[in-house]
Design a protein around this ligand. Sequence first.
Ligand code: ZN
Length: 384
Amino acid sequence: MLLIIRATVLTPDQQQSDAAVLIDGERIVAVGRTSELLDQADAVLDVNGLVLAPGWIDLQLNGAFGHDFTADPASIWSVAEQLPRYGVTAFLPTIITSPLETVAAAQAVLAAGPPPGFVGAQPLGLHLEGPFLSPHKPGAHPPQHLRAPTLAAVADWSPDSGVRLVTLAPELAGADAVIAALVERGVVVSAGHSLATAEQAQAGFGTGIRAATHLFNAMPALLHRDPGLAGAALADERICVGLIPDGLHVDRLLVRLVWRLLGAERLALVTDAMAALGMPPGTYQLGDSTVTVDASSARLADGRLAGSVLSLDAALRNLCRFAGCSLAQAMPTVSATPARLLGLSDYGRLRPGARADLVLLTEMGQVVATWVGGRIVHGELAAD
Ligand code: ZN
């Protein structure tokens, strides 16, 4: 058993210094003070007061390191190998609007499992962003592949077949039956790329929608006499809100406002990062589209944003900066909150019984080391 000692542990309600975390295989078996747990360890790793946090989960990642999951679903595993450098221990590879065969190909990649010797972040299932989106709010999604929601199209979508989350526009004809069927199977449904009025959004929440995809982006602005999907999502305590805090997708003042309104309980930071994450500026793919990337943004030829180049650790630091909150306060937005949305009670928590997915970081939020399932996958640390 590995004992990590002299860590600063952040839990949603406390910050404990001189903490120790005992790991047996893939699981955390004890969290306590260093002096209490020392005699139970086979190996001891002294982290000298650095912050130890539950591993981070990105609900929306289109690709990274030059790979686009929609154009090349087989790249999921090689991207997953590199994500721990950003503290990411689990993620939802996101497939944007595309022919249903692309979804099937991505499902097959996950079903086949990792290549031999794979070490990296764990894909928890796909986030299918589309194809049931509003033709009036396609963002960077190719309009020719948008389609009306039908039960036939989603017949094979379930967590067991690799589909964990679906973003759709609840106002589309036929959406209700599809939402109900997906929720019944345990797929999380999120409203997005939508013109839904507040009433239409609320009807969707009633049917089982539990999240809003990249709040404020690809939906009508929140107006005081026409709150729309954005207003309805913020006002409903059942709804978890995804937000891209890169300072470009949403004004930082609005990030602060959402934080003050929702806190960490209902806010899940997402990167919506695309192939250029971790790469130099240049030209990259997002699905069928060519995207021009500079140091901070990814845009279509007409200037519209097409995903981001934000990493999840930067997203967390940005939230602290924009909202004026502490790392400890912000931490659940990338751990417990996305885990809870996905119904995964043993992810995103630093407590006995949880998976030993961990991030070691400086007090400024810089990632030093990452563990997935008790195994170190990023960082140069050796236990004694
Ligand atoms: Zn989107």
